[in-house]
Design a protein around this ligand. Structure first.
Ligand SMILES: [Zn+2]
Length: 168
C-alpha cells in the first residue's frame, strides 16, 4: 500500500485522509489474526509529509505463562514525518536515512513514495507487549507432569519432582 507523492502533487492535493484496511502484513515479529483497520491523515507541506492516524488489529501471541496461543487486541497511533531528498540534503549536510532532532524522527522520502504498510508495521511492533499474558486469570502451566515424557529441561525436572512430592 503505497502513496505516491508525485501523483498527489499533480492532483494538487495537499491533504488526504485514508480509511482502509490491510488484510495481510508480513513481519518476523508478529502475525496478525484480523485485518488491520487504519485511519490516517496525510498533509503535504513544502516538500514534507506529515502522517497522523491510528490502527487496530489482533495479533497471535504465545502466553508467557501457560504457553498457549491467544489473540491479542492491539491498537495504537501512527505517525510519520518524511522529507524529500533535496530538502533533506539542505537540512543535513551529511546524508543519512534517519535524522533525529529533539526526539523527532524524519525519514527521507524514497522515490517519492511512502509505503504505508512499512509505517504501520513499525507502529505495531512498538505496541507489542514485552511479556504477553493470555488473561488476568491465567493459571500458568497447569500440570507439570504432562511434560515429563517430553524430554524435559533438567531445571524443570527439579520443579516437577518437587511438585510431585508435594502432591503425595
Ligand atoms: Zn496464559
Amino acid at each position: 500500500m503505497k502513496i505516491n507523492l508525485k501523483k498527489l502533487k499533480e492532483e494538487n492535493k495537499s491533504y488526504v485522509t485514508i480509511n482502509d484496511s490491510l488484510s495481510t502484513l508480513d513481519s518476523e515479529e508478529f502475525q496478525i489474526s484480523k485485518p488491520i483497520d487504519f485511519n490516517i491523515e496525510l498533509s503535504l507541506v513544502d516538500n514534507e509529509v506529515f502522517i497522523k492516524g491510528n490502527f487496530n488489529t489482533k495479533v497471535k501471541l504465545e502466553c508467557g505463562k501457560c504457553l498457549n496461543e491467544f489473540h491479542h487486541h492491539l491498537e495504537g497511533e501512527i505517525e510519520g514525518h518524511f522529507i524529500e531528498k533535496n530538502k533533506m540534503k539542505k537540512i543535513i549536510s551529511e546524508l543519512e536515512d534517519e535524522y533525529e532532532n529533539n526526539g523527532e524522527i524524519f525519514e527521507e522520502l524514497k522515490d517519492d513514495e511512502i509505503d504505508l504498510a512499512d509505517l504501520i508495521r513499525e507502529h505495531i511492533i512498538l505496541e507489542l507487549p514485552t511479556y504477553p499474558i493470555c488473561s488476568d486469570n491465567c493459571q500458568g502451566v497447569e500440570n507439570f507432569e504432562n511434560y515429563i515424557d517430553d524430554g524435559v529441561d533438567p531445571r524443570w525436572q527439579q520443579l516437577i519432582d518437587l511438585t510431585n512430592k508435594k502432591n503425595k
